[in-house]
Design a protein around this ligand. Structure first.
Ligand SMILES: *[C@@H]1O[C@H](CO)[C@@H](O)[C@H](O)[C@H]1NC(C)=O
Ligand SMILES: *[C@@H]1O[C@H](CO)[C@@H](O)[C@H](O)[C@H]1NC(C)=O
Length: 369
């Protein structure tokens, strides 16, 4: 009797467990992994683990993050990948170098980005120890071996093929290379139009490598409005207008990126790569900050000197009391609220912003397959 009773109980426990798993499974399947590559716009804290000067691991960075502590993100709060994770219904990606990135956490994805890097190996050399893009891709390969050891090779492959990928490169190849110093070696080597052609051809190789490593949905951002950031207003602008040379660079780079991506997709025969025009996405709040609830798009919240655009954002800098009314958090990086406007366009923007389609279309398409 007693035995039977217990076996009935364990039976129903197993049954209800099965029901719970049955209910949980569609949710678990909908959860896709997310991988992030690139520079400080998307670094979630890898540089905290490196001997480099390109870091955001001390206050007031992170002041509006849920923990109100610095995390290594170059933002007062969340950055672009965090907000994409949020729209996927996922946890933020952990930095690849974070010790917590083990076991189940690996299945969420990983963030390989490192502040200061660019398309070219010699971009950001002044930051010394940063994870250049080739190394980020090698880490991605290593990550896949670790996941395969956890869930098997076939499942690992499926996780990577089904993932969303974000890659953000290019800004530093201008700011921390071509225009780093007047008459830089690069600017003597290449005219600006030739340099852009060279960058695009190198970016193409990086994207092909990502494809070879299993990426099948890749958001590729071009450069933002390089000449309009407070740092450039402080260093290069006349009367607070966006610096002409950097605007010209972004204006050459972004359309050629779209062309290159269209070419790659037609060679592959599938829309693997999607271009996100960050310059266009920022134009609205830069030209008309009040319409977006910002008091300014010229002055950084945290910094010093003209436009708070000089030097680093540190505990000794000027700090605005309300970060939500500033488009720029520090001399180079948007505030969380500006990042939200950017991610909104990534999700729902038309072809002026997203080519050949936006993220909500991607998510709807991929949910059907
Ligand atoms: C950058 O370095 C990697 C690895 O050291 C190398 O494979 C690649 O060709 C280099 N890229 C350029 C543009 O020199
Ligand atoms: C972008 O997303 C919206 C839905 O939010 C959709 O109506 C629109 O057609 C999409 N545009 C493109 C180019 O994919």
């Amino acid at each position: 009797m007693e035995g039977k009773f217990f076996s009935w109980i364990s039976c129903s426990v197993i049954l209800s467990l099965a029901v719970m798993i049955g209910i949980a499974t569609p949710g678990a399947e909908a959860q896709r992994a997310f991988f992030v590559f690139g520079d400080s716009l998307v670094d979630n804290g890898n540089n905290n683990y490196l001997a480099t000067t390109a870091r955001a691991d001390s206050p007031p960075y992170g002041i509006d993050y849920p923990t109100h502590r610095p995390t290594g993100r170059f933002s007062n709060g969340r950055n672009i990948p965090d907000l994409i994770s949020e729209s996927l219904g996922a946890e933020p990606t952990l930095p690849y170098l974070a010790p917590e990135l083990t076991g189940e956490n690996l299945l969420v994805g990983a963030n390989f980005a490192s502040a200061g890097i660019g398309i070219l190996n010699d971009t950001g050399i002044q930051f010394i120890n940063i994870i250049r893009i080739t190394q980020q891709l090698q880490f991605f390969q290593q990550y896949q071996q670790r996941v395969a050891a956890l869930i098997g090779e076939g499942q690992a492959q499926r996780l990577v093929n089904g993932a969303l990928v974000l890659i953000t490169l290019g800004g530093n190849d201008f700011v921390n290379n071509y225009y780093l110093v007047p008459f830089s070696a690069r600017s003597r080597q290449y005219s600006l139009p030739d340099y852009v052609v060279y960058l695009i051809s190198e970016y193409r190789k990086i994207l092909i490598r990502l494809y070879e490593l299993g990426a099948r949905r890749v958001l590729v951002t071009g450069t933002g409005p390089l000449g309009c950031v407070p740092a450039e207003l402080a260093m290069r602008s006349r009367n607070g207008e966006c610096a002409e040379d950097l605007q010209r660079a972004a204006g050459l780079f972004n359309p050629q990126l779209v062309q290159m991506i269209n070419g790659l997709n037609s060679e592959i025969g599938s829309n693997v790569f999607v271009a996100a025009n960050a310059q266009q996405m920022s134009l609205g709040f830069i030209n008309n900050p009040q319409a977006y609830g910002f008091v300014t798009s010229k002055v950084a919240c945290c910094g010093q000197g003209p436009y708070n655009g000089l030097g680093l954002c540190t505990v000794a800098s000027n700090l605005c009391p309300n970060r939500d009314i500033y488009a720029f958090w520090d001399p180079f990086h948007p505030s969380e609220r500006a990042n939200r406007f950017i991610v909104r366009q990534i999700l729902t923007g038309d072809t002026r912003y997203m080519n050949p389609m936006n993220l909500s279309t991607i998510l709807a398409l991929d949910a059907r397959t």
